[in-house]
Design a protein around this ligand. Structure first.
Ligand SMILES: C[S@@+](CC[C@H](N)C(=O)[O-])C[C@H]1O[C@@H](n2cnc3c(N)ncnc32)[C@H](O)[C@@H]1O
Length: 284
């Protein structure tokens, strides 16, 4: 039903005249529900168009975060919504058997070029191309908010072994620094995306454990511009608006007193992590 709603919305959007009320009614949703679903679909599928900016500009994941996300006894891990492989690489380096699932071809191409040793598959969180009970751990890095949780939660539970773990991480920009707050003000003016970094994961899983880590990544000005250019709402903007936004960011990076004379800039992040364990009926 969830997938067919998305198909119905897509077909009616392609047609000439259906209003959002009519589209919502056709698939048993409110106007708001239908527009939210469509917006998620359009933005979630935008990344491939800026895969190279993404690979250059988006942050990595520090080693202690990677260690926390994957339980010590896990041998096989699924990186779901793997993007260009920012988390896939350290998982492979940790000696794990890694499968990366990613819907965007552009992102998969970057991933395959950047990371050797992972199986890279086309697929989505709502339809994971793996057999039942086939991985010890599923990790989702800065991507869970793009998934339809009504479908993704049972899919993740299906591919996990009993007692396996699902871990989520988001790298949030730490805007307690004045220049980061100024950068945020420019970016949020266009679209303030509010992400729930402790989403409900349902009764198949045990109680959530949480961890937060403040950390910094050294970046160039160009890498900060790439980070901004790789945001889904920036990719989806008309070119003149995108150029104006990137121009404003370049001006800030050139003129902010905290950044003057620096070749490399320490970009502060907060990694927000959640870990849950699938119930293991055999352990009862
Ligand atoms: C912000 S990026 C994160 C990529 C990578 N995990 C990282 O940490 O850099 C979000 C990724 O989720 C992917 N994505 C969007 N919708 C998805 C879905 N329904 N199932 C799986 N992946 C999805 C996008 O194509 C994109 O590569």
């Amino acid at each position: 039903m969830e997938t067919s709603r998305t198909v119905i919305i897509g077909e009616l959007r392609r047609g000439p005249s259906a209003s959002w009320e009519e589209i919502g009614a056709a698939c048993g949703m409110t106007r708001q529900g239908a527009t939210r679903r469509w917006s998620r679909l359009v933005h979630a599928s935008s990344f491939g168009a800026a895969a190279d900016s993404y690979q250059r500009g988006r942050p990595e994941y520090p080693p202690s975060v990677v260690e926390w996300l994957v339980p010590r006894r896990a041998k096989s891990v699924l990186d779901l919504g793997a993007g260009t492989g920012k988390l896939t690489r350290p998982l492979v380096q940790a000696g794990l058997k890694v499968t990366a699932v990613e819907p965007s071809q552009g992102m998969r191409e970057q991933l395959a070029a950047a990371v050797a040793g992972a199986a890279v598959l086309a697929g989505t969180a709502e339809r994971i191309p793996l057999p039942d009970a086939s991985v010890d751990a599923v990790v989702v890095a800065h991507a869970w908010h793009w998934f339809d949780p009504a479908l993704a939660v049972p899919e993740v539970a299906r591919v996990l072994v009993p007692g396996g773990t699902l871990s989520l991480v988001w790298n949030d920009r730490d805007e307690t620094e004045p220049w980061m707050a100024a950068l945020g003000a420019i970016m949020h003016r266009q679209a303030a995306q509010v992400i729930d970094t402790s989403p409900p994961l349902g009764p198949s899983f045990g109680p959530p454990e949480r961890m937060e880590l403040r950390w910094q990544q050294l970046v160039t000005r160009q890498e900060i511009l790439d980070m901004v250019a790789s945001r889904s709402y920036v990719i989806s903007m008309p070119a003149p608006e995108r150029d104006a936004l990137l121009g404003e960011v370049a001006e800030l990076l050139g003129e902010h007193p905290d950044l003057s004379g620096r070749e490399e800039i320490a970009m502060p992040y907060i990694a927000r992590c959640t870990r849950v364990r699938l119930a293991d009926p055999g352990a009862l």
